[in-house]
Design a protein around this ligand. Structure first.
Ligand code: HEC
Ligand code: HEC
Length: 305
């Protein structure tokens, strides 16, 4: 009767016998622990890991009221015991001396898997490719964004994974990662810069390249010209001089009033022996910024010859 009542009201949990003790299978917590204390610990663990009791406790029907609390059938319960021992040991050896302690939350932050998001994403990628990465990111973001569990800043997880994947040169996947990042962080210059370069080197689309480089400049007018100079140099070394020049010229088109873009182009042309065009670009840079630290010596050197 009581069971029926609570089933209907959905609050049976607190009336369940095992919940109140006596406890039958405590191996790490003290066997004579009080029910309030046990209850507080269990609630705390659930919150620290962001789960329900059924994550660790077996229930034949999936329902709370049928949980067999003493059972060790579920793996997370067994892991939790080891975690408790570990947490205690760490506290005893390292934190007790200065009166501090860590808890499950210190690592877990409301998740079951406290590894850094980039590690989780990369593991997903290695296991199931770009689709799994994207699925995992969307799920984690949906569940945890705003909870402080993971770092969703635009320059973090997705960017770190993208950088780690650069050596693979799988451009379609990298494109997807950066587009995903922009979906949530529409102003992030790092992803705009990547895509701008992508559309000048891999899939040639000058309109999109211009859009992305313009956005990159808008968010970061300091680093974007520097990054383009560095990338153009790298491309030139890789025998991709056409793409290198396309990038530097596009930067001039995107930011015609920024002295660095002209200086970068001028220096590139000078290295490639195209002195007349180089001189024009360097002069343009100096007309915008008379003491330009790179354009000035470059032009002086040309005039000496
Ligand atoms: C992170 C895993 C985890 C979560 C979540 C969790 N528990 Fe536990 N629970 C354990 C572990 C591990 C033990 C055994 C501890 C030991 O061996 O000393 C335990 C023991 C218990 C016991 C004692 C069972 C017995 O008779 O030995 C009860 C009752 C209990 N939990 C209730 C709950 C309730 C209610 C919730 C939800 C509010 C909950 N637990 C959430 C891991 C968990
Ligand atoms: C020092 C950091 C740290 C602390 C403290 C810590 N954990 Fe963990 N925990 C981890 C890591 C790392 C994993 C492994 C993630 C993986 O590979 O699944 C993990 C995994 C787990 C899992 C298995 C994951 C799952 O899907 O259920 C459980 C359960 C768990 N911890 C419970 C706890 C409990 C309860 C506490 C506090 C008593 C705790 N942990 C404290 C780092 C920690």
């Amino acid at each position: 009767m009581l069971r029926w009542l609570c089933l209907m009201m959905g609050v049976c949990s607190l009336l369940h016998a095992q919940w109140d003790g006596p406890y039958e299978n405590l191996k790490v917590l003290p066997e004579d622990i009080g029910k309030n204390e046990l209850r507080d610990i269990m609630r705390q663990w659930s919150m620290d890991l962001g789960v329900r009791c059924t994550h660790c406790h077996a229930t034949p029907t999936g329902k709370f009221e049928d949980i067999d609390f003493a059972s060790d059938d579920r793996k997370p319960k067994k892991i939790a015991r080891e975690m408790l021992k570990m947490t205690r040991a760490v506290n005893k050896d390292f934190f007790k001396p200065h009166d501090k302690e860590i808890s499950c939350y210190t690592c877990h932050h409301g998740t079951t898997d406290p590894r850094p998001l980039e590690t989780i994403l990369r593991a997903g990628y290695d296991e199931g490719g770009i689709d799994q990465l994207e699925k995992t990111y969307r799920e984690k973001r949906k569940t945890y964004h705003g909870a402080g569990a993971y770092n969703f800043k635009p320059w973090s997880a997705l960017s770190v994974v993208a950088n780690s994947l650069l050596p693979n040169e799988n451009w379609p996947d990298l494109k997807k990662i950066h587009l995903l990042n922009l979906e949530f962080n529409p102003d992030y210059d790092g992803s705009h810069f990547f895509l701008g370069a992508y559309y000048l080197d891999v899939e040639i689309n000058e309109t999109l390249a211009r859009d992305h480089l313009t956005a990159a400049m808008r968010s970061n007018a300091f680093w974007t010209p520097r990054k383009s100079a560095r990338l153009a140099k790298k491309w030139a070394h890789q025998q991709k001089s056409e793409a290198a020049e396309r990038l530097l010229r596009m930067m001039v088109a995107v930011a015609p009033n920024h002295a660095d873009t002209h200086a970068n182009l001028g220096i590139y042309l000078k290295i490639n022996g195209r002195m007349e065009e180089a001189g024009q670009a360097l002069q343009k840079a100096l007309s915008l910024k008379p003491d330009h630290p790179a354009a000035k010596p470059a032009l002086a050197e040309m005039e000496q010859k």
